[in-house]
Design a protein around this ligand. Structure first.
Ligand SMILES: [Fe+2]
Ligand SMILES: [Fe+2]
Length: 297
């Protein structure tokens, strides 16, 4: 088994020119440990993907926020006699589901390493696009951010069926499907956690390879939204964190956005558990200072 070094989280000092570095330096080992995952217990391919993801994008640092939040959430349920505590299995599902949800930002299972790198680097461009992702094509994106070798990159992307004409929104949406394809082959990841990871954009209509039907034991023809409480929490945390860290919303507005996302997307299938989880998040995260601190790190 791999021994992971125990380096403490070090805050990067604010540079004298007044510009601040928002994100602290933190290793993959530290983030995984926080999510209860010993990297030595999973297969080399999955571990390599996580390493690449952490090297090229800020994704895992975001997931760490969500993991820190969920700890607070779970503790709160434990202390509250009226709440059904999260079992060890549920906790593991939430932690691992959160940690692994965006592993597909390194491309699909079976993609050669140069393709994985190319895709991770594209996801690493972490700014609002102009024109927006709904309009900008993959070709335009590469021409803008990777002008020197856009042609080589288009060639690599064609190996995994990403076309030059595809919009960036379509490209970005692929990652949940790719997460599923990678984790299906992973060793050492419980099935509930990989389902939770791969369904994290299901409210946006991204349902990789009919996971919801797979989950549907009663054999309904139409996929039903049948998710565990843990998987729902993974979805909500991802959105809450995105609203707070990227959207720069305050707690109240982030919760309001969650509510509107849920009611917009689940109009035909109102879900009491989602609503309850949001209400609890609203209470538990009220005095959370994580994002105030993160803003200065
Ligand atoms: Fe995602
Ligand atoms: Fe995410």
């Amino acid at each position: 088994m791999e021994q992971t070094p125990q380096t403490p989280i070090t805050k990067i000092p604010i540079p004298p020119n007044g510009e601040y570095i928002r994100r602290e330096h933190i290793t993959l080992e530290e983030i995984s440990q926080e999510a209860g995952l010993n990297l030595g217990t999973i297969d080399a391919e999955t571990r390599g993907r996580l390493r690449l993801l952490h090297e090229k994008t800020a994704t895992l640092k975001d997931e760490r926020h969500a993991i820190l939040l969920v700890k607070q959430f779970i503790e709160n349920y434990e202390k509250n006699a009226e709440k059904k505590s999260f079992t060890i299995e549920e906790q593991r599902t939430v932690f691992l589901g959160t940690l692994l949800s965006d592993i597909g930002k390194t491309g699909p299972h079976g993609a050669p390493l140069p393709v994985q790198k190319c895709i991770a680097e594209m996801y690493g461009i972490d700014i609002d696009l102009e024109p927006p992702a709904e309009i900008m094509t993959v070709q335009e994106f590469l021409g803008k951010f990777f002008l020197d070798d856009a042609k080589r990159r288009l060639g690599l992307l064609s190996l995994v069926k990403v076309t030059p004409e595809m919009t960036m929104r379509e490209f970005f949406k692929l990652h949940a499907k790719w997460t599923w394809s990678i984790l299906k082959h992973a060793i050492g990841i419980p099935r509930d956690a990989l389902v939770a990871a791969a369904t994290h954009h299901v409210l946006e209509g991204v349902d990789p390879v009919g996971i919801l039907e797979v989950e549907n034991t009663e054999n309904h023809k139409k996929p039903r939204l049948k998710l565990s409480r843990a998987a729902k929490l993974v979805i909500l945390l991802d959105k809450y964190d995105a609203a707070r860290s990227r959207g720069k919303l305050n707690h109240k507005d982030a919760i309001a956005r969650l509510r509107s996302t849920i009611s917009r997307n689940l109009r035909s299938a109102p879900d009491g558990e989602f609503a309850q989880l949001i209400t609890d998040m609203e209470i538990v995260f009220t005095d959370n200072t994580l994002y105030d601190k993160a803003a200065l790190e």
